[in-house]
Design a protein around this ligand. Structure first.
Ligand SMILES: Cc1ncc(COP(=O)(O)O)c(C=O)c1O
Length: 386
């Protein structure tokens, strides 16, 4: 059978993630230090795990309402009010999803039709572009660069807009660059979104991991709440990747459609995770603080070490990645990563996996112990022959 004849043309156009390829190379190797995967090395704080366990003991093993338990949606609203001065109606403006990933998928599928243009600052997390392609979107990359701290330039954004532009993805704090969007730049981006009548998909999954100043959501700027979908989640800030829980908040007309798709595709997000998430939102601030402080120390250690080795690194202000330039090595990002893995047993991800503007860089995740980061730096130094 020629299965290719059966596979949808839209899927055939999608390449496997450049991250996955490196995990395949990792398989079966010993003594590897992985700075590759983007997940906390912390285990979910005990009181949050305990809330999940208690829900199981009480027999809460059924589906929840499609949009999530009302208790959790209320807790999300309180959290958004408390942390970002944003208020969302729990009944109409919040949907609980399977990770932030599903929230992104729902938002794009709810809005995009064939030929619509999705504006995407790159480098960026790997999912936006393929999901956009699956809906028939034209994904328009807006390159950001180390020279400008990987911030989105309002001029470049405006230049990329056409009459078909519908959705602006704002992936800040950014994976893989660690850039944040703030102050004057954020305000100018908001003005452009209003002027050109764009909807903004603001992926704020790393909002709590901001090291210099406080995270500001674009939705909290004047006139922006009505045109912004905020994506949040539990994976990064509460070390809950395996629980698979996230959410989207936004205008009720859009959330209604997102919830409709979610209802048919998923039914409801994991029940145990929803009970644990209420505990996280209501009593997890201190855990976030402890983890953020630890990531901050690791961030400073890694960035200093990379710069010392000539791998120039824009200081990341958020998330848990450093994105150094590897141009001084004379290698492409892929060559650098393969050599580092095969010769020294250190896994990092080629920058090109996050869009063409990422070439010439590699992503190093610092959600690893200081001992591992120090040893990884030593091995990189050996590889570079310093
Ligand atoms: C920027 C960004 N958004 C969303 C996600 C999805 O996270 P999850 O589905 O675990 O909530 C990730 C995961 O790496 C990410 O880096």
């Amino acid at each position: 059978m020629d299965y290719q004849n059966y596979i949808s043309g839209r899927v055939r156009g999608i390449k496997p993630s450049g991250i996955r390829k490196f995990f395949d190379l990792l398989d079966g190797r010993d003594n590897v230090i992985s700075l590759g995967i983007g997940e906390p090395d912390f285990v979910t704080p005990w009181h949050i795990r305990d809330a999940g366990i208690r829900s199981l003991e009480r027999g809460y093993t059924h589906y929840t309402p499609n949009a999530g338990t009302m208790e959790l949606r209320r807790a999300i609203n309180h959290y958004m009010e408390r942390r970002f001065s944003l208020s969302y109606h729990p009944e109409e403006e919040i949907v609980v999803t399977v990770g932030g990933s599903e929230a992104i998928d729902l938002a794009i599928r709810a809005l995009i039709e064939t030929g619509d243009e999705v504006l995407l600052p790159e480098p960026a997390f790997v999912c936006y572009s393929p999901i956009g392609q699956l809906t028939g979107a034209k994904v328009v990359s807006i390159p950001t660069s180390a020279e400008t701290g990987f911030e989105l330039s309002p001029e470049a954004l405006e230049a990329a807009i056409t009459p078909r532009s519908k959705l602006l993805v704002l992936p800040f704090p950014n994976n893989p660059t660690g850039a944040v969007l703030e102050g004057e730049t954020l305000a100018r981006v908001a003005e452009i979104a209003k002027k050109h009548d764009l909807i903004v998909l603001s992926d704020e999954i790393y909002a709590e991991l901001t090291y210099e100043g406080e995270h500001v959501s674009i939705a909290s700027l004047p006139g922006m709440k009505e045109r912004t979908i905020v994506v949040g989640g539990f994976s990064k800030s509460y070390a809950m990747t395996g629980w698979r829980l996230g959410y989207a908040c936004g205008p009720k007309e859009i959330l209604k459609v997102m919830t409709l798709i979610h209802q048919y595709a998923i039914m409801s997000a994991p029940t145990t995770a929803q009970y644990a998430a209420v505990e996280a939102l209501e009593h997890g601030d201190e855990d976030i603080e402890v983890m953020r402080e630890e990531y901050n120390e690791r961030r400073l250690l890694l960035v200093e070490g990379l710069n010392r080795l000539g791998l120039t690194c824009v200081p990341p202000k958020g998330a848990f990645y450093a994105f150094p330039s590897i141009k001084s090595s004379g290698l492409s990002s892929e060559e650098f990563c393969e050599k580092l893995l095969l010769e020294q047993g250190v896994a990092v991800i080629p920058g090109g996996a996050f869009g063409a503007p990422g070439e010439g860089h590699v992503r190093c995740c610092y959600a690893s112990s200081k001992e591992d980061l120090t040893e990884a730096l030593r091995r990189i130094e050996v590889m570079l022959g310093k």
